[in-house]
Design a protein around this ligand. Structure first.
Ligand code: 5HY
Length: 238
């Protein structure tokens, strides 16, 4: 089985970090092929970056379809370009945000999300409403850590995320935590051990969900909004 993991931002170190986690949880015989947008924002912090990241993401999805991918994982917690990717590919497309929220709902009645900057919160809250999981999420919080600080070993990012988790467990009465950024994928086990609750990493959850759907032969329905794009002129204005 071939799972395509795509990071919609252009920061390769984040792609590689996610690929390490993906390969660690993938079943024997599953190949993980990881890439990032060839052009676009180095990080996605809010709706403008999210919109600017979609063309690069879709170019990678198209390439992976041609390469025979059995499923795709969008390794950005905003689930950037998820609907467009589901229209473009005949194979399952799982966003790490949606995957993490569902995984958390399987192991806790209430969970909180801890993401990077406050400017990302509205998108994540809207996604949870869309996914039908807003009622299970006590709160979407921000540790006020820039996305790319997660790529800097000298930053205090992990400590700030841990402090926000501690607040969530007390103030939100949350029973589990969802890490709200692909760049946090390597922190889940450590933070779960510190706080004694499930800490969900969307990369790991998305990979096992993608594998599972591909294994049982389920893929995106093509009779509604995720129908293949219609042929039309897509070049310069005429
Ligand atoms: C992510 N941004 O997972 C999101 C998280 C965020 O570049 N990768 C990014 O802060 O919205």
């Amino acid at each position: 089985m071939l799972i395509h993991l795509v990071n919609p931002n252009t920061t390769r170190s984040m792609t590689e970090k996610a690929a390490i986690v993906a390969r660690a949880v993938a079943a024997p015989g599953t190949e993980i092929r990881a890439d990032e947008s060839a052009n676009g924002p180095a990080s996605i912090e809010g709706p403008y970056d999210g919109a600017m990241a979609v063309p690069g993401l879709l170019a990678r999805i198209e390439q992976a379809v041609a390469a025979g991918a059995d499923a795709h994982v969008i390794a950005c917690f905003d689930d950037t370009g998820l609907d467009a990717a589901r229209a473009l590919s005949p194979k399952p497309v799982i966003g790490i945000g949606e995957a993490a929220a569902h995984a958390a709902a399987f192991v806790a009645d209430r969970f909180s999300v801890v993401t990077t900057l406050s400017r990302s919160i509205p998108t994540l809250e809207a996604n949870l409403v869309r996914y039908g999981l807003a009622s299970r999420c006590a709160r979407v919080r921000a540790a006020e850590v820039p996305v790319l600080a997660l790529e800097d070993p000298a930053s205090d990012a992990c400590a700030r995320i841990s402090e926000e988790i501690a607040r969530a467990l007390v103030e939100d009465r949350s029973e589990a935590i969802v890490l709200g950024c692909a760049g946090m994928t390597d922190l889940a086990r450590r933070l779960s051990a510190i706080h004694g609750v499930p800490v969900v990493d969307g990369v790991a959850a998305a990979v096992v969900f993608a594998e599972g759907l591909a294994r049982i032969g389920l893929s995106t329905s093509k009779i509604g909004g995720w129908a293949p794009p219609l042929p039309k002129a897509r070049g310069r204005a005429e």
